[in-house]
Structure formats: C-alpha cells, structure tokens
Design a protein around this ligand. Sequence first.
Ligand code: CTP
Length: 131
Amino acid sequence: MTKRVITFGTFDVFHIGHVNILERARKQGDYLVVGVSSDQLNFAKKKRYSVYPQDQRVRILRALRFVDEVFIEESLELKAQYIEQYKADVLVMGDDWAGKFNDMQRHCEVIYLPRTPSISTSEIIEVVKAL
Ligand code: CTP
C-alpha cells in the first residue's frame, strides 16, 4: 500500500533547508503532499507578507521531483481536515514545531525532522536588505 506523507510550510524564498526537509519527508513514505500557507495565512503567522506570492510558491514546489501534490493551506485550524482529505499516513514537520502537533497523532503518525542549521527565509531577507 502507498504510504502518504503530508507536510506544511510557507516555503518563501525557496532555500536549501526547504529542499532538505521535503526530500527527507518524501523518504518517510511513497507520496508527498505539501500544504503551502496562503499569503493571508502567512501574514497572520509571521506578520509580514511573503516575498513570493502563493501561486509562485505553489509552482516552485510542484516543479520538484520529490513533491507529488501541492495545495494551499488556508487556515492553521484545518490540519486534521487536510490530513483526512489527503489521506495522509504520516505528518512531517521541522523540529522548530516539536511537540506542537502531537494531537494530530489521533489522525496519523507524527514525525519531527531536524531543521537545517543556519538558514531561514527571514535570515535571507535580512542578509539581502543589508547588501
Ligand atoms: N525548515 C528546515 N530547515 C530550515 C528552514 C526551514 O527544515 N533551515 C523547514 C521548517 O521546519 C518547515 C519547512 O521547512 O517544516 C517550511 O518552513 P518555512 O517556515 O517556510 O521556512 P523558514 O525558512 O523557517 O521561514 P521563516 O524564516 O520565514 O520562518
């Protein structure tokens, strides 16, 4: 049986930490679904708009060979619904979220993978601003 993996994130200003988590998420199963934060949701979470609009973030993710399916995550409250809708067996999150999604264990297995050190979208934005 196909093991389906789901993960969530903004994936703005796509970087090597994003490649690493998605590649490792895909290895937890056979099919990887990515929920990408909408522009509105990202603003609500991070108090700034993403550099790349949601449609471009979706297209970049769809172009990756280890990503099978991409959808827009409209609300943080709908995690359980998305897990059911996309029939996910495993939820993968970066360990910056460690423990925060344990209640999803009612719906599927939950795995936290270590973040890639020393890189983030916020940091890249700061570096570019300072150039
Ligand atoms: N991620 C990671 N390693 C990094 C950066 C991100 O594994 N160095 C993972 C996060 O844990 C998350 C996914 O990539 O599971 C999407 O994270 P996102 O918030 O979009 O990226 P960040 O670079 O963390 O963005 P920001 O700086 O805006 O918080």
